[in-house]
Design a protein around this ligand. Structure first.
Ligand SMILES: [Zn+2]
Length: 432
């Protein structure tokens, strides 16, 4: 049993839909019991806390949900940049990834977790390989994650990847009080042909888990799939029945109106990765149109080699700004909508009780310190968080009711050892 009260904060529960006339936040206390939010505002009866956290002058809100990452790619951060996508992948990223060892993935993921915690991210959805080692880093850091073993159906590891995926789900799904969940991760329609996707779907249904897949990231992918199968990537996946189960679809940059109809009808969850799409020159996803159709759109950073950080505050800002300049309209993607994508919609996309502060939800809570020069005066909280705040303003992070960072001190991770390991491994990976 553990009971925490967070006192006198400015609580932003992220439950209400945006309205000019409604109060979206209020001053008060938040009560946590055994990893679950017990009450927001009202003190429960006969309730004695074990721990008190002072939140005066701080925003108390749900932790960010980074809904599409390849965490261990932190090892490849700023190694290859400003290159065309296929050149970047074939000449730079894949040769380095071929040298990765299981231990590298552990340390690379731990670095990612450290960066994410320090910027207020409490959950991430990851697709990579050596996922047992990813899971160990998640356990050690105290984060929450939904893990998928990336599967490439056209390559020599296709069958092995299916077996590893099954083992990942059997070993880790809903383990650590539900802090780790799993999905299956077929990489993309251009790397996984339909007959392979059939096998993936069968396995997902047997194991009762959803799918995490890249969809329609580039124009090239859209055109190639169209040429090969006579349908768009979304159309093809729909034809083979992939959307008949929960699907987390990363990118969705190139979509026709019919594609958007399908995503809406099949309740597909989309992950927007604006900075990765900008940096790789992939294009601009039609996010205002998707939100207009009430499609759940979460937010992700993608891997650190195409971003190059895992900063969800920066990602919110990029999302809001990108669509305004694209539409030449400052009213598209409001600050509050960007916040919803980074919290509430992330929870919905991952199918987890996170992303809002409400009784019964997981206690994944962050405190943001407003006592900073760039955060005075306090006219509007959502605008502050999206347009003015920085990752380093996150002061305290609680995940599953455990304090993992307090006053910017990260508890579970020895950063000196971490930086030593990362430097050593990055040197080995890049040596000829
Ligand atoms: Zn990705």
């Amino acid at each position: 049993m553990s009971k925490i009260v967070i006192r006198d904060g400015i609580i932003l529960p992220m439950i209400e839909s945006y309205s000019k006339d409604k109060d979206l936040f209020f001053k008060g206390n938040l009560y946590i019991e055994d990893g679950i939010i017990k009450s927001v505002g009202n003190e429960p009866d006969n309730w004695q806390p074990d721990q008190e956290i002072d939140a005066k002058g701080k925003i108390v809100m749900p932790g960010f949900v980074n809904s599409h990452t390849h965490a261990a790619m932190t090892l490849l951060r700023s190694y290859a940049d400003d290159l065309p996508l296929m050149h970047w992948l074939e000449q730079k990223i894949w040769p380095l990834e071929a040298k990765l060892l299981a231990d590298d993935v552990y340390w690379g993921t731990l670095l990612a977790c450290t960066e994410m915690i320090s910027g207020g991210t409490t959950t991430f959805a990851d697709m990579y390989f050596f996922m047992n080692d990813t899971a160990k880093a998640v356990v050690d850091s105290g984060m929450r994650a939904s893990l998928s073993r990336g599967m490439v159906g056209a390559g020599p590891t296709a069958m092995e990847a299916l077996t590893e995926s099954r083992l990942l789900v059997e070993r880790w799904h809903e383990s650590h009080q539900g802090r780790i969940t799993t999905m299956l991760g077929p990489h993309a329609p251009y790397t996984c042909p339909p007959d392979y996707l059939e096998k993936v779907m069968d396995l997902a249904d047997q194991l009762k888990v959803g799918l995490h897949i890249h969809v329609s990231e580039t124009e090239q992918e859209y055109e190639d799939i169209k040429k090969q199968y006579g349908a768009s990537p979304v159309g093809l996946l729909n034809q083979i029945g992939l959307f008949e189960r929960p699907v987390l679809a990363a990118h969705c940059v190139h979509l026709s109106n019919e594609d958007m109809d399908i995503l809406q009808q099949k309740n597909v969850k989309v992950v927007h990765n604006p900075e990765s799409n900008m940096k790789l020159g992939s294009g601009i996803a039609p996010i205002p149109e998707l939100l207009g159709r009430n499609i759940t759109v979460a937010l992700g950073t993608d891997g650190a080699s195409s971003n190059n950080n895992l900063d969800m505050m920066g990602e919110m800002r990029s999302a809001a700004l990108l669509h305004k300049v694209n539409k030449k309209d400052p009213t598209v993607i409001s600050a509050y909508q960007a916040l919803e994508m980074a919290t509430k919609y992330g929870g919905e996309a991952l199918g987890l009780p996170i992303g809002v502060l409400a009784p019964g939800k997981k206690a994944d809570v962050i405190l943001i310190d407003l006592n900073k020069p760039h955060l005075y005066p306090l006219h509007d909280i959502p605008a502050h968080l999206v347009y003015a705040a920085q990752a380093s303003d996150v002061d305290t992070v609680i995940i599953d009711g455990q304090v993992v960072m307090e006053n910017r001190n990260i508890r579970n991770i020895d950063q000196e050892k971490l930086f030593f390991e990362i430097t050593k491994r990055a040197e080995r990976l890049t040596s000829k």
